[in-house]
Design a protein around this ligand. Structure first.
Ligand code: DGY
Length: 323
């Protein structure tokens, strides 16, 4: 008998076909992202669940009486309550590796956009405000040869460092929970203490997963340590930053500018003060969103689900739940 699975989101047709070959599939039909209460109602007797972003904790796990396996279609899994999963004896997987280069590309898109004020200049041209002899107030800052500080040196951090060294000849430093001498040697990058990195970097990229330790990692005190010329980039999770403190740092000129792909609340409220500032580049959480990478991620998530349910084939179990 095929295992019963619930797919709590849309999927590319070919990935859905793959799942239907191996499982009895039911799928969320709503047009909006499913909420955790809706998920709890929908789950029924499913043994497997494929989900993105929706919080999965006690409410969902208690409802899923037959649930054994969760496949999270993203590399980040802060939507999953790990302690609750352990209590219920449910395993969970995610989608590492396939998105590393795509997210690193996007980090650079933000670095370049914020440094060279690309969105503002695009608007200026389109609105017919381009006059000969560009006013120096519109000048940006150089990316090449500047110091890049990366907070969080996982695979994506490494991919960003590689681009910075090889493409832009930047001076690259990193801060990470554990030091990585092999990566330092291989990429020619240096380890900094958290404080030194904040004080001396021209660009600071936050690339750490959201955990109890990294929630609110960057706030008032950390912005105060940065150079007034610093450009702050967040491609991790919005909750790693105190957004009110970020707004104050940008408004007061405490830092030069910011590039954001993630927010405390997503989608971000259109009235959010961050969206009123010229010195912020904002993207709608699309770090991994290229057609190719999203297809690969969907395949990895589908295979994770099938493999974990059948006990055959590789599954990317999230680190905290690995045996
Ligand atoms: C992830 O997979 O966690 C990324 O945030 C997607 O862009």
């Amino acid at each position: 008998m095929k295992p019963r699975v619930y797919i709590a989101r849309g999927l590319p047709e070919e990935v859905l076909q793959y799942l239907e070959e191996h499982c009895e599939v039911r799928q969320w039909q709503g047009t909006q992202a499913i909420t955790n209460s809706q998920l709890a109602t929908e789950l029924g007797d499913s043994e497997g669940l494929l989900v993105t972003g929706t919080p999965v904790g006690d409410e969902v796990l208690a409802a899923g009486k037959e649930l054994r396996v969760i496949s999270n279609l993203s590399v980040g899994y802060n939507n999953l309550d790990i302690d609750a999963l352990k209590r219920y004896g449910i395993t969970a997987s995610h989608t590492p590796y396939v998105l590393d280069d795509t997210v690193a590309d996007l980090a650079f898109a933000l670095i370049l956009s914020a440094a060279r004020r690309v969105p503002q200049m695009d608007k200026l041209v389109k609105e017919g405000r381009w006059r000969k002899g560009m006013d120096s107030v519109l000048f940006g800052v150089d990316v090449h040869h500047a110091k890049l500080g990366i907070i969080g040196m996982g695979r994506i951090g490494e991919a960003i460092a590689r681009r910075a060294k090889l493409g832009f000849e930047m001076d690259v430093a990193y801060y990470n929970r554990s030091r990585k001498p092999d990566v330092e040697e291989q990429l020619g990058i240096q380890y900094n203490s958290f404080g030194e990195l904040l004080q001396t970097s021209d660009f600071i990229v936050l690339m750490t997963p959201l955990t109890a330790q990294t929630r609110g990692l960057i706030g008032e005190a950390q912005f105060a340590m940065m150079k007034r010329s610093a450009i702050f980039i967040n491609v991790s999770r919005g909750e790693t930053v105190d957004e009110q403190a970020l707004v104050r740092a940008l408004e007061s000129g405490q830092i030069y500018s910011a590039g954001l792909d993630v927010y405390e609340q997503e989608p971000v409220n259109p009235e959010h003060p961050l969206l009123k500032l010229d010195n912020v580049v904002t993207l709608p959480h699309l770090g991994s969103a290229t057609a190719n990478t999203r297809l690969q991620m969907a395949y990895v998530a589908a295979r994770n689900l099938v493999h974990a349910l059948t006990g055959e084939g590789e599954t990317y179990i999230i680190p905290e739940l690995q045996p």
